[in-house]
Design a protein around this ligand. Structure first.
Ligand SMILES: Nc1ncnc2c1ncn2[C@@H]1O[C@H](COP(=O)(O)OP(=O)(O)O)[C@@H](O)[C@H]1O
Ligand SMILES: [Mg+2]
Length: 151
C-alpha cells in the first residue's frame, strides 16, 4: 500500500501551517518527519491519519493493505490520549464503539489486541494505575491494532 499526499494546505485562522506539501510513502517504507517545534509535523500527521481535513489538496491510499492485518491507517497519539476513567479494555475498545459491530466481535478484537501486546492480564484494570504499577506498554498501540479491515 502507498500513502500519497497531494499539495496539502492547512491554516488555522491567519496562520498557514502547511502549504504545497506533497509526499509519497511507498510500500514498506519507514519515514520520519523532522523539523523544529511548531513547524507543522503533527498537523501533517493529523491530515495523513484522517483526523483533520486539509483546506485544499488530498490524502490518498493506493493498493492493498497487508492481508488480514491492521487497518490501512492507524494513528498512535503522542500522549496516548487515554481515558483514565476507562479500563484498559475500555480504552482499546474506544475506536470500535462507533462501528456497527456485534458486542461479541468487539470483545474478541479487544482481547486479541491486548494479547498481542501482553496486556491481557490487565484488561479489567483502570488504565493509568495499571500502567504505573507494571510499567507495561500502554494500550494505545493495542487500540490501534484493534482496528482491522472489515473485509
Ligand atoms: N488546532 C489548532 N488551532 C490553532 N493553531 C494550531 C492548531 N494546531 C496547531 N496549531 C499551530 O500550528 C502550528 C504547527 O503546529 P504543530 O503541527 O503542532 O507543529 P509541530 O508538531 O511541528 O510542533 C503551531 O504554530 C501551532 O500553534
Ligand atoms: Mg507535534
Amino acid at each position: 500500500m502507498e500513502l500519497v499526499a497531494q499539495d496539502l494546505r492547512r491554516s488555522y485562522g491567519p496562520l498557514t501551517v502547511l502549504d504545497g506539501v506533497s509526499l509519497r510513502i511507498g510500500r514498506g517504507e519507514i519515514v520520519a518527519i523532522l523539523g523544529p517545534s511548531g513547524c507543522g509535523k503533527s498537523t501533517l500527521l493529523r491530515l495523513l491519519g484522517g483526523l483533520e481535513r486539509p483546506d485544499s489538496g488530498r490524502v490518498l491510499t493506493a493498493g492493498e493493505a497487508p492481508a488480514g492485518s491492521l487497518s490501512p491507517l492507524a494513528y498512535v497519539f503522542q500522549d496516548f490520549a487515554l481515558a483514565p476513567w476507562r479500563t484498559v479494555a475500555g480504552n482499546v475498545a474506544l475506536p470500535l464503539e462507533h462501528l456497527a459491530m456485534p458486542a461479541d466481535e468487539r470483545r474478541a478484537r479487544v482481547a486479541d489486541a491486548l494479547a498481542r501486546v501482553g496486556l491481557d492480564d490487565f484488561a479489567a484494570s483502570l488504565s493509568a494505575p495499571a500502567l504505573r504499577r507494571h510499567e507495561a506498554a500502554p494500550p494505545s498501540p493495542a487500540r490501534s491494532s484493534s482496528i482491522r479491515r472489515s473485509s
